[in-house]
Design a protein around this ligand. Structure first.
Ligand code: BGC
Length: 713
């Protein structure tokens, strides 16, 4: 039987080193450790700190006004797990083979076994146990040595290994290696070394330290004793000194176990009939939790803290794919993630002005420090929808928590400033069909179509953003309205514009149209495209892709998923069928959305199929690039497909509703969510969906179309 809280080498796609490093990475929202080989150095090994980046000017062959100015690149820091091991006569154990690896998702402990070898084929076994503190930034590292064919003395030195160079690549999803770093090493005591790394351009500093629990960082040990050496690693907060290390392995392990106990109390999932799938979902949520910045000034990178892909940038991925999980299970953390967006509102106001929009704010498409870091505006800055995505997440957070304090301090201002942007960015146009409000030259979520007029998703989301601003203006403290110079007339105008926003429709296919020109284009020649030419982005010039009907990911279908009341089932089915045929799913953000919509359409085979690809994406390396880091949005998408797809969870006009659609392969699905200070357990079997109230006051909800009031037993 599969242990659903454990992952081993047998559960994953390959034993390729960089891939294994990603899958078994450990983190705590601030620091991330890849599960790299402890005696070797490699370009992919290392420690990553959320928000610790270097900048460098973006060099354009042909520049223009308002282009993003600087790269922001997450820095691969020295590997805290590295260790130098040699025999008494100085033969170094340089080669190693991974033999076993077990990640315990219930405690956060990672245990790995390696066979180490010298050039003369002297062999020993190393068992390394790593655990990351969850309320501290300390790491417990336990190295246990055993003889194989070498039995004598070992000299072991705990080091902070530097990183080897990287190769250049044309893959836009990879990170560039940062070379402009200064390293200052301080031997604090025979037991402790610190290294402070400063970036030359972004002027940031971080300190990493290692502390031996024995007498010194270098120790001589007898293999016959099966020696165990403990060390503590630690990472400072950015721009702060490293505090004294106070934990030992046991206290760090206990801190980690306690944290995970709390997470699983609200996040555990059971799928009766498929333990392996339950395990995959637990893994996904484990990594989602590890990746989320908890301090209110960092967020969740597209690859979390598992790798340097996408340069450690934060995208719309957070709000549309990951935040719902946190909103419904750990609202305090969701608030911190939204606080990050609030913290970069000044940069977003500047960006709006740079784009010629005097009012409001435009959030950067990809960023760490709040400034736009996308050097390719057609699939970057032009994705204005990020503004409405962030506002949408504020709306969901308010629906689930009713946190007025957040609304007054941050939430309203985010929604207001994004709404102000839309009101100025769009324009009225007289058409034969009447006067309507439109948005020109935008890019929707589908990055295989760029710079088009009236992208359905963008327009629909902007409409929601404006309506939300109007709605929250009634809830927020009037003092906030005064502080932000909000007049009644402005709020009314938001409502009017929302009503007048044009939503494109295609008469021929009787479906909502991805944008004004989408259906004028020829369909991509799928039949003559070899399998090896996917993802298309690695084989065709962007313009070749843009002039065809082909979608990288869900676009209009995503809007349909978010606004279930907009479209009847017949139209939804037509849309789903049409867009499904022309979508390549080259983005990892695609399949989860198709699964949710297929569930709503009771297309359960398709929903299940898309879900399985989503749930196991990185464990089977479906996208083929998990070595660069996990696909965090998809991890969140797997939770969404389960809860909002199979359980049909939605909030409609302030009321929580569920509609059960259980795949035939399962006998029962159980999960928990928090909702307005309550804890609910949702249970779906082949007959019915039931919601059990575990904590909190009675609640009226809708289950399969029927209104019910649930009370604690
Ligand atoms: C997707 C974007 C996503 C980005 C980061 C791209 O491949 O098309 O929607 O934000 O990856 O995950």
């Amino acid at each position: 039987m599969t242990n659903t809280y454990q992952l081993t080498l047998a559960d994953i796609a390959s034993q390729e080193a960089a891939y294994v490093e990603t899958i078994f990475s450990l983190a705590n929202g601030h620091l991330g450790l890849r599960a790299s080989d402890p005696v070797m150095t490699s370009a992919t090994a290392g420690t990553i700190v959320n928000g610790f980046y270097e900048t460098r000017p973006i060099v354009y062959g042909e520049a223009a006004v308002g282009y993003a100015k600087n790269h922001q690149t997450i820095v691969n820091l020295p590997d805290l797990r590295h260790i130098h091991v040699q025999t008494a006569t100085g033969d170094v154990f340089r080669a190693s083979e991974r033999q076993a690896t077990t990640l315990n998702l219930a405690t956060g402990q990672l245990t790995e076994q390696f066979e180490l070898r010298t050039a003369a084929d002297q062999r020993i076994r190393l068992t390394l146990t790593s655990v990351v503190g969850q309320t501290t930034n300390e790491i417990g590292l336990r190295y246990q040595f055993e003889a194989i064919n070498y039995t004598g003395q070992l000299q072991v030195t705990k080091t902070l290994a530097a990183i080897d160079g990287d190769e250049a690549s044309d893959d836009p999803r990879k990170a560039r290696q940062v070379t402009s770093l200064n390293f200052a090493t301080a031997q604090v005591s025979p037991r402790q070394t610190n290294v402070t790394i400063t970036t030359q351009t972004s002027h940031k500093a971080i300190t990493l330290g290692v502390l031996a629990m024995g007498e010194a960082l270098t120790q001589t040990i007898e293999l016959a004793d099966k020696p165990v050496l403990d060390y503590i690693g630690a990472v400072s907060v950015i721009d702060q000194p490293l505090p004294a290390m106070v934990g030992d392995f046991a206290t760090i392990a206990a801190d980690s176990a306690q944290y995970w106990r709390k997470v699983w109390a609200n996040s555990a999932i059971t799928i009766e009939g498929d333990d392996q799938l339950t395990q995959a979902l637990h893994y996904n949520l484990f990594q989602l939790n590890q990746a989320a910045g908890r301090d209110g000034v960092t967020n969740i990178a597209a690859k979390g803290l598992s790798g340097t892909g996408y340069e450690g940038h934060y995208f719309w991925d957070t709000e549309m794919y990951m935040l719902p999980y946190f909103i419904y299970t750990q609202p305090e953390l969701a608030r911190q993630l939204l606080a990050y967006r609030y913290s970069i509102l000044p940069q977003a106001r500047k960006r709006a002005k740079a784009l010629g929009v005097a009012q409001g704010a435009l959030f950067a498409w990809r960023t760490i420090n709040g400034e736009e870091a996308s050097a390719y505006y057609p699939a970057g800055t032009a994705q204005y929808h990020i503004n409405a995505d962030i506002a949408y997440a504020v709306g969901t957070y308010m629906d689930v928590t009713d946190d007025r304090d957040f609304l007054n301090q941050m939430g309203f201002e985010i929604v207001l400033e994004t709404a102000r942007f839309w009101a100025q960015f769009g324009s009225y146009r007289e058409t034969q069909a009447g006067r309507r409000f439109e948005f020109f030259d935008v890019t929707g979520p589908d990055e295989y179509t760029a710079i088009v007029n009236n992208n359905y998703y963008t327009n629909r989301m902007a409409k929601h953003n404006l309506m939300l601003a109007q709605q929250l203006a009634r809830l927020v403290d009037p003092a906030v309205l005064r502080r932000l110079n909000v007049l009644d007339s402005e709020v009314q105008a938001f409502g009017q514009i929302a009503d007048d926003i044009y939503l494109p429709y295609n008469q021929e296919h009787q479906i909502n149209a991805q944008d004004d020109s989408f259906f004028d284009k020829p369909v991509w020649p799928f039949e003559s495209t070899p399998k090896s030419h996917y993802p298309l982005l690695l084989h065709y010039h962007p313009l070749t892709i843009y002039r065809h009907q082909v979608a990288k990911q869900a676009d209009t279908i995503l809007a349909e998923y978010l606004f279930p009341a907009d479209t009847d089932q017949d139209q939804l089915l037509r849309e789903y069928r049409y867009y499904e045929q022309i979508t390549t799913h080259d983005s990892s953000l695609s399949r989860s959305v198709f699964s949710m919509v297929a569930s709503r359409l009771n297309q359960m085979d398709a929903a299940y199929h898309f879900f399985m690809d989503t749930a196991q994406m990185d464990l089977v390396d479906l996208q083929g690039n998990a070595a660069d880091g996990l696909h965090l949005a998809n991890l969140g998408g797997s939770w969404l497909a389960l809860t909002t797809g199979f359980a049909g969870m939605h909030i409609v006009n302030g009321q929580l509703q569920f509609t059960g659609h259980l795949p035939a392969a399962w006998s029962k699905l159980t999960f928990r969510v928090r909702y307005q200070n309550r804890l609910l357990q949702v249970e779906i079997d082949q007959q019915q969906l039931a919601v059990v109230l575990l904590e909190g006051d009675a609640l009226t909800i809708t289950i399969d179309g029927e209104i019910q009031t649930i009370r604690q037993a």
